[in-house]
Each structure stands twice: as structure tokens, then as C-alpha cells.
Ligand binder design. Structure first.
Ligand code: FMN
Length: 585
């Protein structure tokens, strides 16, 4: 038997720390008794006695097997596990590794929000030969634009009212970059104050999230998008149903510019949510119209409507009750036939939302089950294309503005989404980083180190509102400035002119294609005609199954009897020839 094993049989080495602590405590005690009180011996005694006590406790406890086998030293494992994210973030993670945002992305937000120079020396760090690498084709004759403050009209234009049954009468001139829905409750009071003040200073919109409008949203008067989720917070009766009276009271506030019905959120579509009773403070309860200290539940579906047609009538009702404000909805695409059913309901009722915000599965959340964040919901690229192309296919695209949310950090992220059909973009976590978020990913624990997502009043004090409001404004301004430079370089005058023909993607070492070749491009009105064989599978299969009167597929048999669709076919590409770059032959 090897020496080490023989030694181990006599005395298990894993008990060494405990044994040494016991011996150290005994020796120090003897020293103290024999030679009287010297402070070094006293200190050794205290330290060794504490470690010995810890070791004995470890042996006796029954919760952690590691500690029973490795008294005292086993705690190192817990300590290292505790600081693992920080060690990884500060020492191990590469600049481009996304978890979910890379150091390069975070650094860019921090620089832009502090108003520091954001230029990079020496050249790109990206591997331009890597599959998936994308770029914007620039022009030999760039434009020169007077402002980066790009805006779009939502809900028609002054003098050119929106076309819809009960149309919008108060169109909103929105920035193309706004703060995505994040509730007070998920975010701290100081975070809400700083976001709203930043939005006010920069002239852009701040989405309340489904937690409704709190007192903190009203202090600085920044434009609000009021989000109404299935809990109808801020407009609910005591039994959780929709209250017309309470809706009117909030919706007619001039600070509220848009009304957004939340159907789903990319990080947890189809899930609903619960804010546990202990977290429902007086302030949160007042904003949401719920009882203090009681679980606050967002059901997974709405109770105000149960069919697509009813949903359209509800949207028309909200628009009318709000005094004609632009009213739309936010969703992450799931079953394609449900989305098609909504579109058919628009056609049937003549009621159209003024806007749709498409959220991607890659979007953020305060808290959600891992299976949902990782494996439920269509990612933004596919969801956005489907929404844009369907609306083009039924000739409704010009009536409905499309917003997009999902990991928007840079102006290139925005340009890319606009190429796929977005009119504007929202960012959630980007603006959290502008507030100082360091991606500690402790949003659900109340222990946020930067005061962004905690309700602990002491921790929130770390977030100084005037300073962080400035950063929110700077992040918005610098991102739009970068957007302006991209639009100019492409030889265009407004981001709305960016199309999928402007973006190129590398497929292999030797193959690149325009995004327009890789993504679906439905012709105007094509879905109003008998569907052609050349039409994308997603339309050929699911469009006939959708009914304006039900979210269910009208003939589920079709799904089971039809030939299986290749995964790549569902929303993605219509294979085409390789696009040659200028100069290539
Ligand atoms: C802390 C936090 C809270 C959120 N709360 C809401 C919410 O109340 N309602 C909602 O529709 N989306 C909510 N979201 C999702 C965002 O609005 C957004 O759709 C998503 O995070 C994608 O944007 P991002 O990738 O820029 O963060 C939340 C996201 C975060 C990070």
C-alpha cells in the first residue's frame, strides 16, 4: 500500500484543519495558563477555538455532506463558489464572451453613459472571417445629416390621422430609441427616478412595465408608455379584472403618451409572474392597486378578452378611453397561428393597433424559471421578421409601427433590427447598465450591489439620481449619434431607409449573403391573394389554420397530416444565390 494511503488509513488528512485548530487552541490555552496573558497567545487561542468550534459544528450538522467530510476546509468551496462570478468576470472572461452581455458591450455602455470618448484604437477585435459576422455596406457618397434625434410618428401624423376603427387622435412623435418595460418593483425607486429624469432630459419615452405608474414615475415628468399586463395593475378591480374607471384616471394623464397591452415578454412568455407578499411594499401596492404584503399575481393570460377579435375590440376600447392615444401591444411570438389569428382579427374588425413591440426570447427579466429564459419563445430576429412580413402581406404595415427589444446595445444592433423591419428599438438592460448595473445577476435576491434592482432603501442610496439620470441621457444621445454616423456612412437620410439589402452576413469562409437573401421578404398584399407555392412555409401551413375568432388552430389535423417542416424553414431563409459584393466576380 502506498505511503499516502497508509497515512490516510491511520489519520484522514481531511480532518487536518480541525485537528490543527484543536491542537492550536489547546497549546495557546496552556501558554496562557503557564505564562499569563500575552496578546499573541490570546489571539491564537481565539482564532483556533473559533475554527475548532466551526469544525465541530460542521461534523454535527446534517445539511452539507461536504462539510461533514471536510470540516473547516469545506467552507473554502462555498467561499470560492460565492465569488466565482466576480472572479470570472474580472479575471477570466474574454472581452467578447457574452454572459449575457460581453465586457466589450458593457464597457461601451459605461463609456457612452459617462460621456467619455468611445472610439477604439488599432482596429476591430472581431474575427471578420467568422461565420455569422455581419457588416453594413457603406456608400462612396455618404450623407451629412443635421441631427441624430431621429423620430417617427406612432398612431398617424398630425393632419393625417391613423386609419382604424376608433382611430388614434393623439399621435406621438417618438424617438427611435426608448427605455423598455421594466416595472417599479423589479427596479428600485431611485432607478425609476433616474430613468424617467433621463428620458425627460433626452426627449424619449420610458415604458412603465406592467407594475404600472408609481409616484416615482411622475416626479420628473418624462414621457411614459403605460404597460398593461394581465394583472391590470393600476386599472384593476379588487378581484383582478379590468376597471374602466381606474384606467381612465391614469390613461388620460398627459404624461402618458402610449398605451401598451402586454401579451407576453420574451424572457418568460406564457408564464405570468408573482411578486411575493413580503416584497409588496406600500409604494408598490399603491402603484399597482393591490393589497400591501399579499402575493401580487400576474396571471399567464388576460381575462378582459379571450379571442383575437375580442382583443382588437379591447384595444379599440383602451384607445377610446384614453382619449385617442396610440394603443398597441407587446408580444414575443409563439405559435405562428396565434399571431396570424390576431392579424385576421385586424382585417375582420378593421381595428388595428397603432404599434406592436416585438420582444425576443433573448430579452431580460427580473426573475424567470431557467427553462423559460432558455427555451421558450421565438428569438427577436425570427419574431420580428414574421410580424413585419405578415403586416406587409396584408397591406397593414403602413398603419402599424413596429418596435423591437432584445439585447439592443449598439447602433449596429439598431440598424440590423431596422433592416429586418423595426421602426424603433427599446433597450432594457442597456439602460440598466447606464444606471450602473454591473451584471451581477442578483436582480431577484434584493441584493443588487448597485441599487438598480433592490427595494432595500439603504442599497438604493448607492444610486444617485441626478448623476445617473445624466448617464441615461448620455447613453441615449451617444447611441443615436453613432446611429447617425452609420446611416450617413450608408448614404441614407433616416434609419427607416435601412433595409435588409444594406446588411451582409458571412456564411462560410468563402460565402457571404445579403440579409435580404437570407430572410423572408413577403410582397405587399400577398397574403390577401390565394397563397402561392413559392410563399414561405410558415404562411402556407399556418395562415389557413388561423381564425380571427380563436387563438386555437382551427384545424389541428392539418398540422398532424402535413409534411413536417424543416426547422430551418419555419421562419428563416428562402435559399437564393450568393450575393456578390461590389468588386467581386
Ligand atoms: C429587470 C427587468 C424587468 C422587466 N420587467 C418587464 C415588465 O414589467 N414588462 C415587460 O413587458 N417586460 C419587462 N422586461 C423585459 C424588457 O422590457 C425587454 O423586453 C427585454 O428585457 C428585452 O430588452 P433588453 O434585452 O434590452 O433587456 C423586464 C426586463 C428586465 C431586465
Amino acid at each position: 500500500m502506498p505511503m499516502r494511503q497508509r497515512l490516510h488509513a491511520l489519520f484522514p488528512i481531511r480532518y487536518a484543519a480541525l485537528t490543527l485548530s484543536l491542537c492550536g487552541a489547546a497549546l495557546a490555552l496552556l501558554t496562557l495558563l503557564a505564562w499569563g496573558g500575552s496578546w499573541p497567545a490570546g489571539l491564537v487561542f481565539v482564532v483556533c477555538a473559533l475554527l475548532a468550534g466551526l469544525g465541530i459544528h460542521d461534523l454535527r450538522q446534517s445539511q452539507h455532506a461536504v462539510l461533514r467530510n471536510y470540516p473547516v476546509t469545506g467552507h473554502l468551496r462555498f467561499l470560492l463558489e460565492y465569488i466565482r462570478p466576480e472572479i470570472r468576470q474580472y479575471f477570466i472572461e474574454s472581452d467578447s464572451e457574452a454572459t449575457p452581455f460581453s465586457r466589450a458591450q458593457r464597457s461601451l455602455v459605461y463609456q457612452r453613459s459617462k460621456g467619455e470618448p468611445d472610439n477604439r484604437p488599432f482596429g476591430t477585435q472581431l474575427d471578420v472571417g467568422q461565420q455569422g459576422y455581419e457588416w453594413v455596406n457603406h456608400s462612396i457618397a455618404p450623407t451629412k445629416l443635421p441631427t441624430h434625434d431621429f423620430r417617427i410618428w406612432i398612431g398617424g401624423q398630425p393632419g393625417q390621422p391613423a386609419q382604424s376603427a376608433q382611430p388614434c387622435t393623439q399621435p406621438y412623435h417618438a424617438s427611435v430609441f426608448n427605455i423598455s418595460a421594466m416595472s417599479f418593483g423589479a427596479l428600485s425607486a431611485n432607478a425609476i427616478l433616474a430613468l424617467n429624469k433621463g428620458a425627460r432630459m433626452g426627449g424619449f419615452a420610458h415604458d412603465t412595465g406592467e407594475g404600472s405608474i408609481s409616484a416615482h414615475h411622475r416626479v420628473h415628468g418624462g414621457d411614459l408608455i403605460w404597460e398593461i399586463g394581465s394583472g391590470y395593475f393600476g386599472c384593476r378591480n379588487d378581484d383582478g379584472t379590468f376597471s374602466e374607471e381606474r384606467f381612465v384616471a391614469n390613461a388620460t394623464d398627459p404624461q402618458v403618451k402610449l398605451i401598451e397591452l402586454k401579451m407576453s415578454q420574451g424572457a418568460k412568455p406564457g408564464h405570468g409572474g408573482i411578486l411575493p407578499g413580503p416584497k409588496v411594499t406600500l409604494e408598490i401596492a399603491q402603484a399597482r392597486g393591490v393589497a400591501v404584503g399579499k402575493d401580487c399575481i400576474s396571471p399567464s393570460r388576460h381575462s378582459a378578452f379571450s379571442t383575437p377579435v375580442e382583443m382588437m375590440h379591447f384595444i379599440a376600447r383602451l384607445r377610446q378611453l384614453s382619449g385617442g392615444k396610440p394603443t398597441g401591444f407587446k408580444l414575443c411570438i409563439g405559435h405562428p397561428w396565434e399571431w396570424f389569428a390576431i392579424v385576421k382579427a385586424m382585417l375582420q374588425t378593421g381595428i388595428t393597433p397603432d404599434f406592436i413591440v416585438v420582444d425576443g426570447a433573448e430579452g431580460g427579466t427580473g426573475a424567470a424559471p431557467l427553462e423559460f429564459t432558455d427555451h421558450v419563445g421565438v428569438p427577436l430576429q425570427e419574431g420580428l421578421q414574421l410580424v413585419h412580413n405578415t403586416l406587409v402581406g396584408v397591406n397593414l404595415r403602413s398603419r402599424i409601427s413596429i418596435g423591437a427589444a432584445g439585447k439592443v446595445i449598439t447602433a449596429f444592433d439598431m440598424v440590423r433590427l431596422m433592416a429586418l423591419g423595426a421602426d424603433w428599438c427599446n433597450a432594457g438592460r442597456g439602460f440598466m447598465m447606464a444606471l450602473g448595473c454591473i451584471q451581477a445577476q442578483t436582480c431577484h435576491t434584493g441584493l443588487c450591489p448597485t441599487g438598480v434592482t433592490t427595494q432595500d432603501p439603504a442599497r438604493q442610496q448607492a444610486l444617485v439620481v441626478p448623476d445617473k439620470a445624466e448617464r441615461v441621457r448620455n447613453f441615449h444621445r451617444s447611441t443615436l449619434h453613432a446611429l447617425k454616423e452609420l446611416v450617413q456612412a450608408a448614404g441614407l437620410c433616416h434609419p427607416r431607409e435601412v433595409t435588409a439589402h444594406h446588411i451582409v452576413r458571412r456564411l462560410t469562409d468563402t460565402e457571404v449573403r445579403l440579409l435580404s437573401r437570407l430572410t423572408m421578404q413577403v410582397k405587399p398584399g400577398a397574403l390577401l391573394q390565394p397563397l402561392q407555392d413559392t410563399q414561405h412555409n410558415v404562411f402556407r401551413l399556418y395562415w389557413p389554420m388561423a381564425s380571427a375568432h380563436s387563438f386555437q388552430a382551427s384545424s389541428p389535423d392539418v398540422a398532424s397530416t402535413s409534411p413536417p417542416i424543416q426547422a430551418a424553414d419555419r421562419f428563416a431563409t428562402t435559399p437564393g444565390p450568393v450575393d456578390l459584393l461590389p468588386g467581386q466576380s
